[in-house]
Design a binder for this molecule. Structure first.
Ligand code: FAD
Length: 390
């Protein structure tokens, strides 16, 4: 299979590949430092919800599928639940147990949020649970991806059994741009997850974690559309973060720790200075304008919420953790782009538009996409090196 680095304009956006590569190089150091702060590296979620769509009780028991959760003493003080009896349940809950599920979302949301008030959740230090190859594969993961594409991508795809998923422009010509974009977002997320798996792959022969070029080329690199969709997701997140930057600047990150708050704002300011140098990466106003705009937007939201719910069907805790973060992050970006006018993203007038979970998911997802874009370059260099040796 061949792998060429893409060039030119990224479809459905106002940005080209080179601009994204250059911007990303500038943003990455600050973004990484931001994501190392306790506010952004500690995420609360419930990893034990039951799959709402089918019976999915099998859990991958490989060591790399496991998530290490924090006990109460390890959770930074400001985020401990405001619960006088300290009754948050930090004990691991057996997979498949029927806990009460509290799903929360408002009309503005594109995802079903993790309930921050719930006592069932656990805190995870993301830095100690990196997203990488876990070995989760086979029927279980195939079923999740199939359900995402077949049932939630507006029927754009009706055959995901082989590798005939690749859509060319002819296939998509008769699909309205909102539906096409929906599919592209999902495919881009899938490509990004595959890129992380291949970038940090466990070689069972050598017993080492290493970059796996064949894995990347066969899953992403040799599919120009998948690669482009991944860049497209980056552009969407970039636009959402630019649009919400004033809100983020005025958000209170850790009430009791002003030093942390200052540090976070310093990195955010640098990131938004860079993103502002390229403000119009994506024009969200061009979408949902036709006669059927309202019902189309409702469908778009419902389908994306379904995708966030399918994450509870993933039979690998680590994949579930990062699946929830990344679908939550994209859902938050869509909420920023399509539920609010720029002027209503005013932190003084509307201080509580986003929960901590949404902000943490948004920036971590951007971080993941950012790593994927950087990995494309690393894989390209490796590819060229191998070619020159042949
Ligand atoms: P899959 O990636 O399972 O893809 C299934 C089919 O979808 C392919 O045959 C192809 O036809 C099509 N397809 C593939 N990529 C795209 C694309 N970008 N756009 C459109 N169509 C595409 N595994 C880990 O090791 N670590 C993880 O952290 C991890 N996280 C996961 C998170 C989620 C949400 C899910 C559902 C799975 C996760 N997995 C993870 C499993 C992983 O994604 C693969 O399913 C697994 O590695 C098997 O890969 P595969 O080659 O069979 O193809």
């Amino acid at each position: 299979a061949n792998y060429c680095k893409p060039e030119g304009l990224i479809k459905d956006s106002c940005c080209d590949f080179k601009t994204v590569d250059d911007l990303n190089q500038e943003i990455l150091p600050d973004l990484n430092k931001l994501l190392e702060t306790p506010f952004f590296s500690h995420f609360k979620l419930n990893l034990h919800k039951t799959c709402p769509f089918w019976n999915a009780n099998e859990l991958c028991s490989k060591v790399d599928c496991k998530v290490s959760t924090l006990d109460r003493s390890e959770v930074p003080e400001p985020w401990l639940p405001d619960d006088p009896l300290g009754s948050i349940n930090f004990e691991p809950i057996p997979f498949g147990s029927k806990k009460t599920e509290r799903c929360t979302f408002t009309d503005k949301d594109f995802c079903v949020l993790e309930d921050e008030e719930s006592l069932d959740g656990e805190y995870v230090n993301l830095l100690k649970n990196p997203e990488r190859f876990t070995g989760y594969a086979g029927d279980s993961s195939a079923k999740v991806w199939r359900s995402i594409y077949e049932e939630n991508c507006f029927g754009i795809l009706n055959n995901l059994n082989g590798d005939n998923l690749f859509l060319n422009s002819d296939n998509t010509n008769n699909v309205c741009s909102e539906k096409r974009i929906f599919y592209r977002i999902v495919s881009g997320l899938h490509a990004s997850i595959s890129t992380h798996i291949c970038d940090q792959y466990f070689n069972s022969t050598s017993g080492q974690w290493e970059r796996n070029l064949e894995c990347f080329v066969s899953r992403v690199g040799s599919f120009p559309d998948r690669l482009e969709n991944m860049y497209f997701d980056y552009v969407i997140l970039l636009r959402a973060i630019t649009k919400v930057s004033r809100y983020l600047k005025n958000y209170s990150y850790c009430g009791s720790e002003p030093e942390q708050d200052k540090l976070i704002k310093k990195h955010l300011a640098r990131i938004s200075k860079t993103t502002r140098s390229c403000p119009d990466t994506f024009d969200e106003k061009a979408l949902f304008q036709g006669d059927d705009a309202k019902s189309l937007k409702t469908q778009f939201k419902e389908h994306f919420r379904n995708i966030t719910r399918v994450m509870d069907c993933i039979g690998c805790q680590k994949c579930r953790l990062w699946g929830k973060i990344q679908t939550g992050g994209v859902g938050t970006a869509l909420k920023i782009l399509f539920s609010y006018e720029e002027k209503s993203l005013n932190p003084k007038k509307n201080p509580n538009l986003f929960q901590k979970t949404e902000i943490v998911a948004l920036l971590n997802t951007f971080g993941r996409l950012s790593e994927s874009i950087a990995a494309v370059e690393r894989f390209r260099e490796l590819y060229q090196k191998r070619q020159s040796m042949e």
